[in-house]
Structure formats: C-alpha cells, structure tokens
Ligand binder design. Structure first.
Ligand code: MN3
Length: 199
C-alpha cells in the first residue's frame, strides 16, 4: 500500500487572483510535493513502515534518526496540510474559537500577525512557520527544513511554507511580501478552527 498525494482542495488556478499562481502550483504541488511522496514510497518499500500511517512514519523516523525517511514523510505531510491552509476567499482576521483564543493566548490579532511575520521571515534558509496548540495554549513557532509540530507533541492549526520554492516564482526574493500576502489574501481560518475543534 503506497502513500498517495492528496488532490489539491481547489483548482490550481483558483488562488491566482490572491497572489499564488497556477505556475507556482505546477512546480510546488506537481513537482516538489509529488517528489516527496514518490521518494517516501521508494524509501519505505518492503519495510515495516510501508503499512503505517504517515503520522506514525514521521514519529518513528524522527525518533530513530532515519533522516531520509523523516524528511520525505514530513514534507509529504506538511504540504498536504499547507494546501488546506490556503483558501481562494481567505485572508484577513480570524473567526470563531481561534479568534477568541488568539485574543486570550497571544494578545490579539495584531500581535499574532507581528509574531507570525517575524517567525516566517526569520526562519533562516528553508522551513515552516506555524500556529500550534501546545498543552492547550496557542503558540507561534518556526521549524527548519521538514521538521513539524507533530514531533514536538503539538497540534498544528496553520502553517506557511517558507522554502524558497514556495514563493520565488510569484515574489522572487521578497519573502516578507509573500508572508504578508498569505495573511491578507490566503489564510484559511476555517481550517484552523476545524483543527482546533478536533484537538
Ligand atoms: Mn514547499
């Protein structure tokens, strides 16, 4: 049983008016994400990990220092999660329970935005910025390369991919503009609320 790349939750051109082009999706989903899934399947073929859930593969390979498997499993998972964090009608202020918790745990939406922008902009090299639930409290974090909150016992609510491949076609070297665009035009608070409700 092979791991599969989940379909995008929208048409690859659907986010173009919101600043993320179909060309970006053709590379980011069609090449980068696909390669992580394909590599994962090659690396776990004929091992006991082939029949585990991808979350179990992530935890086990991280604990056991199986870097190649971890990197590809986590990147396969991170990207599937990331596509759901984007919405053609997304962006702007949070809603629902997440909004209330951002007020109580992070000091409000404006403070969240500053903290998230700083995390995403200061992740040196490749990585991810996250909004997570950590022991019942919201936190903004950043992780290098493929690392994700699952291996730190946290529940991810939202993420932004800050690998250069995520923004170079649309924003070139201007990572801060890509981050701002995510917050203003793309972020899917409904998905964050679903993840919070399921936590
Ligand atoms: Mn990526």
């Amino acid at each position: 049983m092979a791991f599969e790349q989940a379909p995008l939750p929208y048409d690859p051109g659907a986010l173009e008016p919101s600043g993320m082009s179909a060309e970006t999706f053709s590379y980011h989903y069609g090449k980068h994400h696909k390669a992580y899934v394909d590599n994962l399947n090659k690396l776990v073929a004929d091992t006991e990990l082939a029949d585990k859930s991808i979350e179990e593969v992530i935890q086990t390979s991280f604990k056991e220092g199986k870097t190649g498997i971890f990197n590809n499993a986590a990147q396969a998972w991170n990207h599937s999660f990331f596509w759901n964090c984007l919405n053609p009608s997304g962006g702007g202020a949070p809603t629902g329970a997440v909004a209330e918790k951002i007020n109580s745990d992070l000091g409000g939406y404006d403070k969240f935005k500053e903290e998230f922008k700083t995390a995403a902009a200061t992740q040196f090299g490749s990585g991810w910025a996250w909004l997570v639930l950590d022991n019942g409290t919201l936190k903004v974090t950043k992780t290098p390369n493929a690392e994700n909150p699952l291996v730190h016992g946290q529940v991810p609510l939202l993420t932004l991919d800050v690998w250069e491949h995520a923004y170079y076609l649309d924003f070139q070297n201007k990572r801060p503009d890509f981050i701002q665009n995510y917050l203003d035009q793309l972020v899917n608070w409904d998905y964050a609320n679903q993840n919070l409700a399921a936590a």
